[in-house]
Design a protein around this ligand. Structure first.
Ligand SMILES: Cc1cc2nc3c(=O)[nH]c(=O)nc-3n(C[C@H](O)[C@H](O)[C@H](O)COP(=O)(O)O)c2cc1C
Length: 185
């Protein structure tokens, strides 16, 4: 049976929720999926899977180092297998130029040029940040009025779950339907 790896990095958990959603969508299509946080799974090998989706989130303009390391180590496999990349940021909510620039930097940093890229809006988890992080995030958000909320009394999720589903189903659609071919052929 086809098995897909979703290898991701996360700092506050939103990319983890997105990776789980991708895995759920894949499983609903009868394909096996495993979402793995790269922080605790350094030795995971894409060679054990039929396709790989890599994801990470942006903090201070950069994706997690764990994600870049994984891509550098496994670049040959990512180029051989069907693969895709998704980047989670707040820039993806109304500042696409920056969201795209983050991915361009990642490509330069790793040498990997994924054939399919998803730019997903993340979350502003004011209630979960410590005092300093909350203050800093509010300042950053205040500089871009009207796009993101400065109401620190609650968390704000900007992820478009339908977009995540479409990205996943489009990726699945590009895979050779091996199991289907076996049963019908
Ligand atoms: C300290 C901090 C720095 C961030 N820096 C950026 C940034 O430079 N650009 C951006 O678009 N989003 C930035 N974000 C927003 C995150 O990408 C967003 O909150 C995302 O949902 C985080 O995903 P994660 O929970 O999987 O780590 C930052 C968030 C935090 C908390």
């Amino acid at each position: 049976m086809t098995k897909i790896l979703i290898a991701y990095g996360t700092t506050e958990g939103q990319t983890s929720r997105i990776a789980d959603h991708i895995a759920d969508v894949i499983r609903k299509h009868g394909v096996e999926a495993q979402a793995l946080d790269l922080k605790g799974s350094k030795d995971v090998s894409p060679a054990d899977y039929d396709a790989v989706i890599v994801g990470g989130s942006i903090h201070m303009g950069k994706h997690q180092e764990d994600v870049a390391d994984f891509v550098r180590t496994n670049r040959a496999a990512l180029e051989r297998l069907p693969s895709a990349f998704f980047s989670v940021s707040l820039a993806a909510h109304g500042d696409m130029e920056n969201a795209e620039a983050y991915v361009a930097n990642f490509e330069q940093q790793t040498g990997w040029h994924p054939t399919k890229v998803g730019l997903f809006s993340g979350a502003l988890l004011y209630r979960e940040y410590g005092l300093l992080k909350r203050w800093m995030m509010k300042r950053i958000v205040r500089d871009k009025p009207g796009i993101l909320s400065t109401d620190t009394s609650r968390d704000h999720e900007y992820t478009d779950w339908e977009q995540v589903k479409r990205f996943t189903e489009d990726f699945l659609g590009r895979l050779v339907p091996e199991d289907t071919a076996k049963t019908t052929g």
